[in-house]
Design a binder for this molecule. Structure first.
Ligand SMILES: [Zn+2]
Length: 276
């Protein structure tokens, strides 16, 4: 028989309020994704409240409930406090959490996905370039979950790709050779630097991404290509993308004194989560 209480390592990837004072948490563990409930966590007196913030890496004690299992204790291992002081990093962490939430099914064991999320949160917390860190995360997560984009052989005919490759077809599943590109006129162009960047990030450990020196144009292009590819798989954009874009606009256009970031901050913290 199973114990009534058990322990698991977890990262909190989503939070929503339910009832008078409870929170439902979506957690990613090495054994998969799970929804659990933290009873009374919104009460001021709650001992749990400070230990179940979004993105926290913790050891949780869970009691088996009739429906959702119940968090009885949380011992934080890493809080990633530094990333919470910067809106772009919060946005990137929110995106990383939402992406794995969307791609991983409940109770679908994937230790690599768990390790990738942790590595990404650590890089963001340590100050690595947020966009390159996310590109590496996307490529490795897709690989871990069986959605690896083709960057070495043509996604249509399987021929080995050369440096003359200049198209990326999200619907075909990756880069396409010049011959197949003629047949698929929908496939957007891809520059050689962007092609090389994606291949490099796919082949190297994700931790190196933040240290690369890459031009802004190539980084923006890599982001567009990956977004098109993810859109094809997920069939819609992630909610956190709008948040990330708002942050960039705010950083580029608004003076810090005038930037109204309160709403965005709340959104990123998951406090006005739509519960679904
Ligand atoms: Zn081909």
């Amino acid at each position: 028989m199973r114990d009534r209480v058990y322990r698991t390592e977890a990262v909190i990837i989503r939070r929503s309020d339910v009832g008078e004072a409870d929170r439902v948490l979506t957690i990613l563990t090495p054994l998969g994704k799970q929804r659990v409930v933290a009873r009374g966590a919104r009460k001021i007196s709650s001992r749990l409240a400070g230990h179940i913030e979004l993105f926290t890496h913790a050891t949780l004690m869970l009691a088996i409930g009739r429906n959702l299992h119940i968090v009885t204790q949380s011992n934080p291992l890493e809080r990633f406090d530094r990333l919470r002081t910067d809106l772009e990093r919060i946005g990137a962490a929110y995106y990383a959490a939402e992406l794995v939430d969307r791609l991983v099914e409940e109770a679908d064991e994937n230790r690599r996905a768990f390790a990738l999320l942790l590595a990404t949160l650590r890089s963001l917390d340590a100050g690595a370039a947020a966009d390159l860190t996310l590109r590496a995360y996307e490529l490795h997560l897709l690989d871990a979950l069986g959605y690896r984009p083709q960057l070495h052989i043509c996604a249509v005919c399987g021929e080995l790709l050369t440096e003359s490759t200049d198209r990326f077809s999200a619907s075909a599943g990756g880069a396409v050779c010049p011959r197949c590109a003629i047949a698929d006129r929908q496939a957007p162009p891809m520059s050689l630097p962007a092609f090389k960047l994606l291949r490099y990030l796919q082949a190297q450990p994700p931790e190196i991404a933040g240290d690369l020196r890459i031009s802004p144009a190539t980084r923006a292009e890599a982001e567009r290509l990956m977004r098109a590819y993810l859109h094809q798989i997920l069939e819609r954009d992630l909610r956190s993308l709008a948040f990330l874009e708002d942050v960039r606009l705010t950083q580029h256009l608004a003076e810090p004194d005038h930037a109204d970031t309160t709403g965005m901050r709340r959104f990123a913290q998951g406090d006005n989560d739509d519960s679904n």
